[in-house]
Design a protein around this ligand. Structure first.
Ligand SMILES: O=C(O)CCC(=O)C(=O)O
Length: 241
């Protein structure tokens, strides 16, 4: 889907753009079935793919009633053609190309699974904290709901315009159960936070400096999404030699 000038200026102004019903249900179903197959051990993970357990399950605070209830995310979808098909989905790539240009690389890709019964919060953070590539404007995240994402089930929350704040200091929040590698921004007032409720197929494009995170799943349902971060061909890797 080629973005129109209004959508492009919305992205630049607010640091995000919500595209409703971008990915069709048939595709979402395929990603979801594949996710189940990996988590349930029906197929082996290819190299580079990792299934991460939720910290509460790892620490024994919660007993997962099935493998699906114990998984926080699958990362590294690139070597599985069926899940990697998401990052080359024509509608998504065309939308992202409207902002980053035609030469795109996948930096990271994940399926985020937020089961009922675990804390599962994702602290408010900026994705650039995790990337060495620069400039920030040449990187973009895409996050598509596979299952409905409601406030009650821990949908994404964002602070509009925060992509203009530069890279903020991050720290490990003082939470009893914090999933591995999760950091949160320090000293930020979350009062302007907006919750982005999404239907399956809805897709959020967001700038890597946009402050965002997600809350606890207080519902009886899973919240699940597939995500990729793109980098434009014209980005640079800092010389670390
Ligand atoms: O899915 C979530 O709960 C958080 C995702 C996120 O923070 C990200 O994609 O950077």
């Amino acid at each position: 889907m080629k973005l129109n000038p209004d959508q492009i200026s919305q992205y630049h102004q607010h640091g995000f753009l919500l595209l409703t019903a971008l990915i069709p249900q048939t595709q979402l179903q395929q990603y979801d079935t594949r996710f189940h197959d990996f988590v349930e051990g029906k197929i082996e993970c290819p190299s580079g793919m990792k299934i991460m357990q939720d910290v509460m399950v790892v620490k024994g605070a919660v007993t997962a009633q099935s493998p699906l209830y114990g998984v926080n995310k699958i990362l590294g979808l690139e070597n599985d053609p069926q899940l990697n098909a998401y990052s080359s989905h024509t509608e998504l790539v065309t939308a992202v190309s409207s902002l980053l240009g035609d030469e795109l690389y996948s930096l990271t890709s994940n399926i985020f699974n937020k089961p009922p019964g675990v804390d599962g919060r994702h602290p408010m953070h900026q994705d650039l904290r995790y990337f060495r590539l620069r400039p920030a404007d040449k990187i973009m995240g895409a996050w598509t709901a596979i299952l409905p994402a409601r406030r009650e089930s821990g949908c994404l929350a964002i602070i509009p315009g925060s992509h203009k704040w530069g890279l903020l200091e991050h720290q490990s929040p003082d939470w009893k159960y914090l999933n591995h590698g999760f950091y949160g921004v320090k000293g930020v007032d979350f009062g302007a936070r907006q919750h982005i409720e999404m239907e399956p197929g809805d897709t959020l494009l967001f700038h890597p400096l946009l402050v965002h995170g997600s809350g606890r799943n207080r519902s009886a349902h899973f919240r699940r999404a597939i995500s990729v971060h793109y980098a434009a061909g014209s980005r640079e890797r800092p010389n670390t030699a």
